[in-house]
Design a protein around this ligand. Structure first.
Ligand code: EPZ
Length: 424
């Protein structure tokens, strides 16, 4: 198992290119199960979650080949409808295959996603949506058994209101509705750019969809779809992570291949904290030469401040002279990083879904343990800003969602190494 050794104190400087969006690819890949043929998914991030999804799709008969950042998928032999626990337990997004399988084959057997480092993360809205599309749903032995009720095995369009504008449920229902008979309307649908991009890809595959990017999406089912190629949107969460890394190290960096529009809430808070930002159509530069001002954030659905940047922001606020409030309204207990950050000398007090971060004390390097993807990113950032050496253990969490992090940080002047360890 790998760990990072970080010698803190370097000011990050230079340019890096942001990869394609992990959460974008994880939605696009299952969509290819909706039509037989070959696909080219460009700008695909080369990271563990994409490999995991490729293995799951392999179980379903698809062939996935990732060549650098070019993902080629062949679904001509993808005729299986069982997504086994062994694969699904590794990654919650595996549940995205339910909609495409049910819509294409009229049946699916998909393992329920396993536990997560934080929260209950139910899939009730996904199942509610499939039922509204005319599927019979039962849960047996840890598996969701789904079957289209109509004799021709086709789903039927309907109106689905999402109590919570779930990203995953919106994507799953959107994919399922493309081959359903009649019109489907999703209200309170997710606005996240990854879902809008999924919708556009489905349109390129021949789907009839309107209202993308709004909370009401309408889908007119078609008999069949066809393959298409797609370029994955830039990863706004990876971009936010590097912007905060620069802000925490008195740095001056430029990110290339970003969509600043997708980062409006984060950019706003970075400016409020005292950073200088220069924004162009597909680049963002950040310069920071002072301690940040205490800046409160409250996470929200897009275009609000992303919960996937909450941990990194907490790390950043440890450097501010004074107290900041970090509130997570999406996941109430996504604070596993707080006690680990305290090991570097931070003063973080978590009550329910809110943390009070009192900063201003110099951070000192320590050994810290990753618990999940974004928590591990916050520990790396703290290590970059701390005096001395920090060891970040269990970075397999990080590898799930960041492509070549140590290479990118080294390119920006950080002193970071990846070491293999026998430690569990
Ligand atoms: C997506 O997860 C992202 N994952 C997450 O990013 C991200 O944190 C999350 O959206 C919120 O932005 C991917 O895109 C693969 P949700 P998802 O369904 O789809 C509740 C990362 O770090 N809910 O929008 O699982 C749920 O409990 C990951 O890259 C239900 O109640 O999130 C949560 O409180 C972590 N019932 C809220 O909705 C449901 O059926 C938002 O969840 C589904 C969700």
């Amino acid at each position: 198992m790998d760990k990072f050794i970080i010698e803190g104190g370097a000011n990050l400087k230079g340019r890096i290119k942001i990869a394609g969006a992990k959460n974008g690819s994880l939605a696009l890949m299952p969509a290819t199960l909706l039509a037989s043929g070959t696909y080219h998914l460009k700008n695909t991030p080369n990271l563990r979650d994409v490999w995991t999804m490729s293995r799951l799709m392999g179980e379903l008969g698809a062939f996935c080949e990732l060549n650098g950042n070019d993902l080629f998928i062949d679904t001509t032999k993808a005729d299986k409808t069982i997504a086994p626990y062994e694969q699904v337990k590794k990654m919650r997004a595996s549940f995205y295959v339910l909609g495409p399988l049910l819509a294409r084959w009229g049946e699916a057997k998909v393992s329920l996603p396993g536990g997560c480092a934080w929260g209950p993360r139910p899939v009730d809205l996904h199942l509610k949506g499939m039922k509204k599309l005319g599927a019979e749903i039962s849960v047996e032995n840890g598996y969701v058994i789904a079957k289209a009720k109509s004799p021709n095995g086709k789903l039927k369009g309907g109106h689905i209101h999402l109590d919570v504008s779930s990203v995953g449920a919106s994507g799953n229902i959107l994919m399922a509705a493309t081959l359903a008979e009649g019109i489907t309307t999703i209200t309170n649908a997710a606005l996240e750019p990854e879902i809008t991009a999924l919708g556009r890809f489905l349109q390129d595959m021949g789907a009839k969809i309107s209202g993308l990017g709004t909370s009401t999406i309408e889908i007119e089912g078609v008999d069949e779809l066809h393959p298409a190629d797609v370029t994955t949107i830039p990863d706004r969460i990876e971009a936010a992570t590097y912007l905060i890394a620069a802000a925490m190290t008195g740095g001056h960096i430029e990110l290339q291949n970003v969509n600043p529009y997708h980062l409006a809430a984060v950019i706003d808070k970075l400016e409020e904290s005292g950073c200088e930002l220069d924004i162009n159509s597909d680049t963002i530069s950040l310069k920071m030469d002072k301690s940040p001002k205490p800046t409160n954030v409250t996470t929200a659905i897009y275009p609000g401040f992303p919960t996937d940047v909450q941990a990194q922001w907490m790390s950043y606020m440890m450097l501010a002279n004074g107290s900041s409030h970090v509130v997570d309204n999406i996941y109430y207990d996504r604070f596993k990083h707080a006690p680990e950050l305290s090991r570097l000398g931070a003063d973080v007090d978590v009550v329910d879904n809110a943390a009070i971060v009192t900063g201003g004390k110099a951070l000192s390097g320590a050994t810290v343990m990753s618990s999940d993807l974004r928590a591990s990113a916050s520990l790396v950032l703290a290590g970059l800003a701390a005096k001395g050496e920090t060891e970040v253990l269990r970075i397999y969490h990080l590898d799930r969602g960041y492509e070549a992090m140590e290479e990118k940080l080294t390119k920006l002047g950080a002193n970071i190494q990846r070491l293999k360890t026998e430690l569990i």
